[in-house]
Ligand binder design. Structure first.
Ligand SMILES: Nc1ncnc2c1ncn2[C@@H]1O[C@H](COP(=O)(O)OP(=O)(O)O)[C@@H](O)[C@H]1O
Ligand SMILES: [Mg+2]
Length: 311
């Protein structure tokens, strides 16, 4: 079942900015990272999906319903990027008014509010006035509002921008909890490093265009880098799939290398090659790149392709 689906969805502002030609399908029970630097079109995309902006062209569906319709929003929660709540209310009053807006039956409200307050780590502080909340507390209350109606899909637009490291971890845990409950979380973020531990699938966007999408572990593995320990220096000519290699450390009986190969499938080939040349291998360890590196890799790749296309 596709929870979110778009076909060439485009939203530009009088032909400028925004985001263009996004095609994606997102299933149930995953955390989907929509990643890119500021200004790449992430908020525009989410606001278009939610029907807050009219698409310029293309199509979009949430739980099978065309975007822009009331039905498409029924099972959706949303934490906007820049939000301001009436700050004369207490946190709890805000949640009560939200409960009314999303028509949670009166008899269930108290319990549900208690639950979400707990989930966002605000128990005991929900009766304070929003005007007295720190940025982090406001963000937590915003998250509580976003999940209050137990939505199937939750859109979080830069949910941790105001949070300290503990708050960020709490939000990560909350996303994992939602995933466990079978929910789909659509996460906009420019903080690449903080999403790598939670996202199953990612899209990388840059300057209003999709750069690459897929399971992020696969995107990472597009380049295979390994650290390898051998009994002696590698003194044989290297096969052509070795892109780059560097000696890191040389001891009497062990030599440590970092080797960059073309593909992940070259790793066993490389090991075979060394063995057949009587070089003993004591250790092979894949070097897993950070999302930041992955991001740069794909953005550069796209630029190179654009160069080829244009010339
Ligand atoms: N209301 C608007 N009017 C005109 N241009 C806009 C508007 N909102 C965003 N943009 C432009 O669209 C691009 C994408 O913005 P945005 O969706 O906010 O990106 P992100 O959320 O990734 O930071 C930026 O170049 C921005 O200046
Ligand atoms: Mg944004």
């Amino acid at each position: 079942m596709n929870v979110i689906q778009t076909k060439s969805l485009t939203k530009t502002y009088n032909g400028k900015g925004g985001i263009s030609d996004v095609t994606l399908s997102i299933g149930e029970g995953i955390v989907y990272g929509f990643l890119g630097p500021n200004g790449s079109g992430k908020s525009t995309f989410v606001r278009t999906l939610l029907g807050l902006l009219q698409p310029t062209s293309g199509e979009g569906y949430i739980l099978g319903e065309p975007i822009g319709t009331t039905k498409s929003r029924e099972q959706v929660g949303y934490l906007p990027e820049l939000f301001r709540y009436p700050d004369w209310l207490t946190g709890k009053q805000l949640l009560e008014s939200h409960a009314e807006l999303c028509k949670i039956p009166v008899r269930n409200r108290r319990k549900r509010i208690e639950e979400v307050v707990e989930l966002v780590g605000m128990t005991g502080r929900e009766n304070g006035k929003i005007s007295g909340f720190s940025k982090g507390m406001s963000q937590r209350i915003g998250l509580a509002c976003a999940i209050l109606n137990d939505p199937k899909v939750v859109f979080l637009d830069e949910p941790t921008s105001a949070l300290d490291p503990i708050g960020r971890k709490d939000v990560r845990d909350l996303m994992l909890y939602l995933r466990e409950q079978g929910k789909t979380v659509f996460l906009n973020s420019h903080l690449l490093y903080e999403v790598e531990s939670v996202c199953d699938h990612v899209s990388i966007v840059h300057q209003g265009e999709m750069v690459v999408q897929g399971p992020w572990r696969e995107l990472m593995m597009a380049e295979a880098k390994v650290e390898i320990v051998t009994d002696k220096p590698i003194n044989v000519p290297l096969p052509s799939f070795v892109v780059h290699y560097q000696k890191v450390k040389e001891e009497e009986t062990r030599t440590r290398w970092v080797v960059q190969l073309e593909n992940e499938s070259d790793i066993p080939k490389f090991i075979d090659y060394l063995s057949s040349n009587r070089i003993a291998i004591y250790e092979v360890k894949p070097i897993i790149p950070h999302l930041e590196d992955v991001f740069l890799h794909w953005v550069n790749q796209k630029k190179e392709n654009a160069y080829v296309d244009n010339h």
